[in-house]
Design a protein around this ligand. Sequence first.
Ligand code: ATP
Ligand code: MG
Length: 385
Amino acid sequence: MKRVIALSYGEIALKKDNRSHFVTILKRNIKSALSGIDYSIRQDQSILYISTDEYKEAIDRLKKVFGVSYVSLEIEVEPSMDSINEAAIEAMDYELEKGSFKTFKVETKRADKSFPLKSPEISRMVGAHILKHYKVLEVDVKNPDRIIRVDIRKFAYITCNRMKGMGGMPVGSNGRVLSMLSGGIDSPVASILAMKRGLSCDFVHFHSYPFTSGRSFDKTLDLAKLASVYQPHAMLFSMNLLKIQEEIGKKCDIRFTTLLQRRSMIRLATRLCKELDRQAIVTGENLGQVASQTLEGMSVVDPVSDLMILRPLLCFDKTEIVDLAREFNTFETSILPYEDCCTVFVAKHPKTNPSLEQVLNEESKYDYKTLEEEIYSKMERHGVK
Ligand code: ATP
Ligand code: MG
């Protein structure tokens, strides 16, 4: 009996006209996720079947590919009742090895309508076979401990272990963006959520070396790597904002520091976006979290860019963001205690209700254009994967 991994792609299956475009990108992302593993792939309607000897490792990796709604390890047999029954016992044995349970039900789908029995009959026969084999198990159709799924196509597929995939859409299927990555909790989560909706992300990070340390940069590079587990490839760009921060510190009202810094960051990110042909900027901003993330704060920063600024976390609670950071495996790195460039120069009481006029007035006190030109020209590029 042959084991194969079945991947179902939920949302893409609904895209009638350009489904093949999405599936091509999904296959490319699967290839990247499975690099180093020997496998073959076959498509049957809206299921991809992957054959490999290293199925455990492959499943771990495939569970992180966006666009896949379910991942399951299935037994592939000839479509006959004897083979299906035999496979159902093997699937149950495999499941019972992992831990005992009491109840089950069988669900059958018959994509191949030429199979002589109808789905409910097949379910009943497989159920009866399992009951005869395991005297301790019972059928519970409402609330079973396990569901055995039988899928009849050219071959029959039997599984007792369907796992949820990441869902979403294949990374790259909706465009390319530049994500502003700090060393905090929010921005890696925002980046991964952007990937979940099919956006491939490159990253830009601003630091204040030597005020911020090399370790603080390494932490950001690690976060870019952790976030990029969910996409095929990425670059991290870094720029040293210190000169601008020093100028602002010397010449401007301290209450405007954060807003002025953010305007420079967005201007520089916009320039990079255009150079890289990226369509939008992503940030981890979250409404009301700090003074610069109020509607007033954001509305005096946004006008410096003519690009869309996407804020996937705008309406999340911090506890929800932390839960996602744990789920995406970025949390432990994000909370390492290295300083962030924005915390090096920050006012105790930032301006909470700034007007654009006040901000422009502060910004006219130093030559940000020349400074930004210099900062941009010294930008560094790092491959993430
Ligand atoms: P995070 O947890 O992502 O650091 P935060 O809640 O600390 O977010 P801020 O520091 O105010 O919020 O920054 C808001 C957003 O601006 C960040 O989520 C990130 O997208 C961007 N940002 C902030 N600092 C930097 C930086 N040093 N480099 C690049 N982007 C940054
Ligand atoms: Mg931060």
